[in-house]
Write a protein that binds this ligand. Structure first.
Ligand SMILES: Nc1ncnc2c1ncn2[C@@H]1O[C@H](COP(=O)(O)OP(=O)(O)OP(=O)(O)O)[C@@H](O)[C@H]1O
Ligand SMILES: [Mg+2]
Length: 382
């Protein structure tokens, strides 16, 4: 064992000697021993595990090898580097990859599966470098960083993001379905009864003798009340589920919503729409419509604007919606506030369609919300 250790040590001295020779320096054996001691103390100060290989044999290892792989360095010196991998085949493959890559370049970094002494699989980020300028001596040094926990945490985070996105999509679709169901019921139950009532009241009015003026007057007011109630029911149904979105498509629904908004808020609403409804699937149309509704509601509630400009266009397989107002302007803090649930809702809807969103404001000049969503099945010409 000692013989092997001293042989390996000599190899290590040779490696160092070769490197110095390449640098054009002649050194004595004593000086080399000093340098090896210095090299060891530097290697031990590094937190990552480091091994030096000659062919596939380990000729040196630092202290951190124990932390990463569980091995004492003395156990590894002189052994094949296979010890650090999951099996011989994989180890051969990795070694082949290392040597062939290092022929072409001085260093490289990659991630490989490794194995701890206790049999656990670990994932390491490995940085390999040639010792010396050329690879003729087949000596390399490898740094191992255990990234198993980090990678697992990243994957957990990705998974929980995905679950949250799915949950949000599910909730939104359930909400749309529920709205559609309520709209249908109101229409069928309340709408039909009101129409019947409207006809009955009209009939009653017709039956009354003209000299019963106070009763005629009363039925007339009842007719007006029933008409107003029918209008309210229509409005509620349309708000729950804009029928034109189903019947006439996104373009008409956006134009209708803009007009409604203008009439109700008194804020001028200019719309420019240039997109082909047949390219936009129903759920995407609903998402864009709801986003448009939320931005307009925000303009009415927060902006103190006198005008708003909306553009819905389709370019190179991407649907763009931009809504700009001339109000007080949203601040960055408001736009990024984790309690801004309206804006978070827009961002989530856009995210579900793999789109992106920007919201910017300039003090007393206005706010712009702009979203881009790729249209599935449309080839991007961008
Ligand atoms: N067009 C706008 N102009 C100025 N400020 C705005 C505008 N839109 C949003 N804001 C600001 O951003 C904040 C967050 O908007 P968000 O829509 O997320 O929430 P909200 O409208 O207050 O409540 P809700 O959850 O009902 O939508 C608002 O409270 C407001 O201060
Ligand atoms: Mg809002």
């Amino acid at each position: 064992m000692e013989k092997v250790a001293s042989m390996i040590f000599n190899e290590r001295l040779d490696a160092l000697g070769d490197s110095l020779e390449l640098m054009g320096r002649e050194v004595t054996r004593e000086r080399l021993l000093e340098l090896v001691a210095l090299e060891s103390s530097i290697l031990d100060a590094v937190p990552q595990a480091i091994v030096g290989l000659h062919n596939r044999r380990i000729i040196f290892a630092n202290n951190a090898i124990k932390q990463t792989f569980g091995w004492d360095r003395e156990d590894l010196i002189g052994k094949s580097v296979t010890q650090l991998y999951r099996n011989r085949e994989e180890s051969e493959e990795i070694a082949r990859y290392f040597y062939s890559t290092l022929k072409r370049q001085r260093t490289f970094v990659n991630e490989f599966p490794c194995r701890h002494k206790d049999g656990r699989d670990i994932l390491c980020r490995m940085r390999a470098a040639r010792i010396g300028d050329r690879l003729t001596q087949r000596r390399i040094v490898i740094t191992y960083e255990d990234i198993t926990d980090k990678r697992r945490a990243e994957e957990d985070l990705k998974r929980s993001h995905k679950q949250l996105r799915e949950l949000s999509a599910h909730l939104q679709s359930a909400r749309e379905k529920e709205c559609a169901r309520i709209a249908r019921e109101i229409h069928d139950e309340l709408g039909q009864s009101l129409t019947a009532l409207q006809m009955d009241v009209a009939w009653l009015g017709d039956q009354l003798p003209a000299d019963f003026s106070h009763l005629v007057e009363k039925t007339h007011r009842m007719e007006q009340l029933v008409d107003a109630t029918i209008d309210s029911v229509h409005r509620i149904i349309t708000e729950l589920r804009p029928i034109m979105l189903d019947d006439l498509g996104l373009t008409a629904a956006i134009e209708w919503q803009a007009e409604e908004f203008q009439n109700r808020s008194g804020i001028d609403c200019h719309v420019y729409v240039d997109c082909r409804d047949e390219c936009i699937e129903k759920d995407l149309a609903t998402a864009v419509f709801r986003i448009f509704q939320e931005t307009l509601t925000n303009v009415a509630r927060h902006s103190r604007a006198t005008a708003v400009w909306a553009r819905l266009t389709q370019e190179g397989g991407v649907l763009n919606l931009e809504v700009t107002d001339n109000g007080k302007g949203i601040t960055r803090k408001q736009a990024e506030d984790p309690r801004s649930f309206g804006i978070i809702g827009i961002r989530e809807r856009v995210g579900l369609w793999n789109g992106c969103m920007r919201i910017t404001g300039k003090s007393r000049q206005g706010t712009t919300v702009s979203i881009q969503i790729p249209i599935r099945g449309e080839v991007s010409q961008a």
